[in-house]
Design a protein around this ligand. Structure first.
Ligand code: PEP
Length: 253
């Protein structure tokens, strides 16, 4: 899959109810252009996925998670093959909220990367250090461990990967990581990814991105886009971010 660069990913979490999904897409279509929407990936809740797909067949879509298993005897799980079948191109894997609140382990996350890849989905792999790890100087240890466990052994068919660098202490907070932290960390992740036999890889930043911070963050080296949570829950604010990202993309050409 060819990945748009820069990319802006909307993580709806549980922030957009099913009853608002159709209206969200209608608004988004009104406020953006087809060219700008090529930079956007929407991650609705599982129950909203088919609603969004029905309203706009051209939108790039992803799930917020996928099952780590391929066999049917896993009641309540959503197989990666169904996510692909419903029209998604991406699956978000290893978000810190799932690691924290759902007890997701590195092994489980690796199994999800395998399932998503086998189904033909591009994994959006979230990694990030928590406040304590940063405080004691263990950021790179934490990130390296998350990357290694999620990607080793590397699934054979993994030709495209998006890594979302999301410092846990920035997610849901009032301030994004500083340009210095983002620049340094993305450069380091880029060096690691370039050593892996993955044809296409992007690194996006996530954590308290809003209209104020987006233009600066998108200009930083090795930043291929952003992942936004709260700022994607209203179509109006997400549309403004998409237009800003598209503007940045046009200037790169
Ligand atoms: C997220 O949860 O992935 C995220 C980036 O959230 P927020 O933008 O709300 O900090």
């Amino acid at each position: 899959m060819i990945l748009s660069n820069p990319l802006i990913i909307a993580n709806w979490k549980m922030g957009v109810p099913c009853s608002e999904a159709r209206g969200w897409v209608d608004q988004f279509e009104k406020l953006t252009t087809p060219a700008s929407r090529k930079h956007a990936v929407i991650l609705p809740s599982f129950l909203s996925l088919s609603i969004v797909r029905q309203v706009d067949r051209a939108l790039f879509l992803g799930s917020q998670d996928c099952s780590a298993f391929g066999e049917p005897a896993h009641t309540g799980s959503i197989p990666a093959t169904d996510i692909k079948e419903i029209g998604c191109q991406y699956a978000l894997i290893g978000h810190s909220e799932r690691r924290r609140w759902n007890g997701e382990t590195d092994e489980l996350i690796h199994a999800k990367v395998i399932q998503a890849t086998a189904a033909g989905l591009t994994p959006i792999l979230c990694i990030g250090e928590d406040a304590q790890q940063r405080k004691i100087g263990k950021t790179k240890v934490a990130l390296r461990s998350q990357l290694r466990h999620a990607l080793q052994p590397l699934p054979e068919k993994l030709t495209a990967l998006i890594v979302a660098y999301e410092p846990v202490w920035a997610i849901g907070g009032s301030a994004a990581a500083s340009p210095t932290i983002i620049t340094e960390t993305h450069r380091w992740i880029r060096q690691i990814l370039d050593r892996l036999p993955i044809k296409h890889s992007l690194i996006v930043y996530g954590g308290a991105v809003d209209e104020m911070t987006l233009p600066l963050i998108c200009q930083l080296p090795n930043v291929n886009g952003v992942l936004v949570g709260r700022a994607s829950w209203k179509a109006e604010s997400f549309s403004r971010l998409v237009l800003a990202v598209h503007d940045k993309g046009s200037r790169l050409v």
